[in-house]
Design a protein around this ligand. Structure first.
Ligand code: UDP
Ligand code: MN
Length: 324
């Protein structure tokens, strides 16, 4: 029955594409060609219609591919909300470029890029626009009390909480994931997390002295955590190692991340109560694949000032504005 429906959809869409393509062709117009083209697309003329027809054809091809690979009736694909904390530093644009170009391979994703800054960084705004991803560019500076405090800082906490607030205000379903700007993500990971109903987890590579942070699995069942720094945590996991269903989050209006260095993941997961480790949804083939790595980029010093007596009339003046 479903196959007939898909066939009908195919036929109707194919007919639409044909009609559009005829419309766009200069030989199939009643009046003078230029006039007809102007009527059809006043801004850019025929190329706009052709582009539309080509896009429809591409989407149709995609729909057919999906229809061929889908056997059971599948509910609408859940949307992924990826929250990325970031801050101005020499590595910021390279990190975001790499992450953006990973996310560009993922369907139905909304990227929340939250800067720990008072003002949006122009280069970040430009980068986001260039990706053509669906995104929001938000600001959430780290509160001064934490910024000026000695010792370890709660990095990215104000940013992630800001992202969570955005989700509470704007989303009703889907899945939320905290993707730091400096990690490495296999695009397969995003399809693993997409069908999360409560909280899903998977291994993270390059993490702690064990080189790995992951749920332990015995006979397809959760049996504990493996992490090089347990420190009495109920959920000794890495930020990159879990995703949460938006509905599950919305049912817990007080869930948020604490400003507690080292205990951000644990605090957030505990704030999702009622939720126990035994309820974790194990992904990545029962936690047997590493699809994300806690890569840490080497910190670079800000670049030395440009000698303007020597280089005032050169490209270096412009280039210096692009780097920190
Ligand atoms: N971050 C931030 N403000 C800071 C430090 C870090 O917004 O002052 C962001 C950073 O861009 C990253 C996340 O918070 O996405 C985690 O920071 P970092 O990678 O430095 O922490 P680590 O992974 O080393 O624990
Ligand atoms: Mn990091």
């Amino acid at each position: 029955m479903k196959q007939y429906k898909v066939m009908w959809l195919f036929v109707v869409l194919a007919a639409c594409v044909l009609v559009l393509q005829f419309h766009a062709s200069s030989t199939w117009v009643a009046g003078p060609p230029q006039q007809a083209a102007q009527d059809a697309a006043p801004d850019s003329g025929q190329p706009a219609l052709r582009e539309l027809a080509a896009r429809l054809a591409r989407e149709l091809a995609g729909a057919c591919r999906d229809a061929q690979t889908t056997t059971a009736a599948s509910p609408a694909e859940p949307r992924l909300y990826v929250i990325t904390p970031t801050y101005r530093r020499p590595e910021q644009i390279p990190e975001l470029t790499r992450l953006a170009q990973t996310l560009m391979h993922v369907r139905n994703l909304h990227w929340l890029v939250v800067e720990d800054a008072a003002n949006k960084t122009r280069l970040v705004t430009q980068l986001l626009r260039k990706t053509r991803l669906s995104f929001d560019h938000l600001l959430a500076p780290m509160p001064d009390v934490y910024k000026t405090r000695r010792g370890p800082k709660p990095r990215g906490v104000s940013n992630r909480n800001c992202g969570l607030e955005w989700i509470r205000a704007n989303a009703t379903s889907g899945v939320v994931y905290f993707a730091d700007d400096d990690n490495t993500y296999d695009i397969e990971l995003f399809e693993e997390m997409r069908w999360t109903t409560r909280v899903s987890m998977w291994p993270v590579g390059l993490c702690t002295k064990f080189g790995l942070s992951t749920p332990i699995v015995i006979d397809s069942k959760f049996a504990g955590f493996y992490d090089g720094w347990v420190a009495g945590r109920k959920f000794p996991v890495d930020m990159a190692g879990f995703a949460v269903s938006v509905q599950f989050l919305l049912q817990r209006p007080n869930a948020k991340m604490p400003y507690k260095p080292g205990f951000e993941e644990d605090g957030f997961l505990k704030s999702l109560a009622p939720f126990e480790p035994s309820q974790i949804e194990l992904k990545a083939n029962n936690c047997s694949k590493v699809l994300v790595w806690h890569t840490q980029t080497k910190k670079n010093d800000p670049s030395a000032a440009l000698n303007m007596t020597k280089y005032a009339n050169t490209n270096l003046v412009h280039l210096k504005k692009l780097i920190v």
